[in-house]
Design a protein around this ligand. Sequence first.
Ligand code: URA
Length: 202
Amino acid sequence: LREARDLAAAAKDLDSLHEAIRTFEGCELRKSASNTVIFRGSKDPRVMLIGEAPGRDEDIQGEPFVGAAGRMLDTMLTSAGIAIEEVYITNILFWRPPGNRTPDTREIGLCLPFVERQIELIRPDLLLMIGNVSVKTLLGTTQGITRLRGKWFSYQHDGLTAPIPAIASLHPAYLLRQPAQKRHAWRDMLAFRAALRGEQPP
Ligand code: URA
């Protein structure tokens, strides 16, 4: 069994990396999943959006953020004037955890080399980290999303030559349960749009 880190490092372009993820046998979540869910949007984007894990709809359709949460995310992006074709949308996990439970640190660790390699190969100008799992994993922090949202961070890992500005925001699945929080997420989205367009932040 080849390690995720070796497989990820050996992938010299995005298509080979996607193939390496699809054939990776090291994560047991794939046994209960119907699909490997990797990305949706542009393969040559300026920005990457990173969520948590596929849910039921994503597992069935094989693409990230295509259920109710995904529809809300798309509406927020397009309402902010960001086209889906400008963004690479992915998750920390490529397989659905059974019953949508929160992924554990081992499962996250197994997928992380592939997440990092996607970031290296795409070299986005900006990252949007969606929800607790994404923010905690990418920033290596234990602080929760309600404290971190709306703030800009400098994302870095060993294989990156330069840090990437990254902003954290609330997960649309959470917004579906707590609609009053949408105004915070909207403010974050406008800050993200402003950074992407080189505009004055709102
Ligand atoms: N939630 C996520 O974090 N990602 C998806 O792809 C779908 C729901």
